[in-house]
Design a protein around this ligand. Structure first.
Ligand code: CA
Length: 233
């Protein structure tokens, strides 16, 4: 991970043990850490120091973490991962809908943290590439975005337009969680954001067509209560 050397991570978090853990674990992997114990300080540091990635706690002493996410997204697309505690499910989803890239639920391990950071940094680096020009592959699943063709286990799979749009929305966010609201808005339009049952039906169809064992999905993963994630490895 030499590419991550000297990457600057802004940690907006008020819990000393979590900050200590992040400082030690990210520091040992070559990241530089910038700390802010309040939302206000975090917003100032984000604009003055221009970090490569932000880790944002949702329970801050001075302001709601969701509000911090919203204000950040008014001017920056910096990769943003929220740190939530159990019981903050709704805040977590609001933060993702406000533009956070992903989340980690406390307590989390270093492996999980680094994996999320890698995906978010990789995704940020890809923005600007022409997404229509690329191909996505994981395991025996292959999506040719330019030709609009999908293959599983060496054979072409025919998808309906909705299935295809659902799959490509996940492909464009591969590795990251996409909320139910984001998927419904993207695939069915803003009027459908409350119709979570659409997703259950169409996700079941996609899994049936693409997964070796639809009942135990390997690639099209459910994030319970939040949304879905297309695995990348
Ligand atoms: Ca906190």
């Amino acid at each position: 991970m030499t590419a991550d050397r000297d990457r600057l991570v802004l940690v907006i978090e008020d819990e000393p043990q979590v900050v200590r853990f992040l400082r030690a674990s990210l520091g040992s992997h070559g990241f530089k850490i910038l700390e802010a114990a309040t939302g206000q300080k975090g917003l100032i540091e984000a604009s003055s120091r221009v970090p490569d990635l932000i880790l944002l706690d949702l329970g801050l002493p001075d302001m709601d973490g969701v509000e911090v996410a919203r204000r950040l997204r008014e001017w920056t697309s910096v990769p943003l991962i929220v740190l939530s505690a159990r019981g903050q499910e709704r805040d977590k989803i609001e933060a993702l809908d406000a533009g956070a890239d992903d989340y980690l639920t406390k307590p989390f391990g270093i492996g999980e943290l680094l994996a999320r950071i890698r995906v978010a940094l990789r995704h940020a680096a890809r923005i600007g590439d022409d997404p229509e020009d690329s191909e996505f592959a994981v395991g025996d699943l292959r999506v040719d975005l330019a030709a609009r063709r999908v293959f599983a286990r060496e054979a072409e799979v025919h998808l309906t337009p909705i299935e295809y749009n659902l799959l490509t929305t996940l492909v464009k966010n591969a590795g990251k969680v996409v909320t139910q609201r984001q998927l419904l808005k993207e695939v069915w339009g803003p009027g459908a954001v409350d119709r979570a049952h659409y997703l259950r039906v169409y996700m079941a169809q996609l899994r049936h067509k693409l997964e070796p064992e639809p009942a135990r999905p390997q690639w099209l993963i459910t994030e319970p209560g939040v949304g879905y994630r297309l695995k990348t490895d």
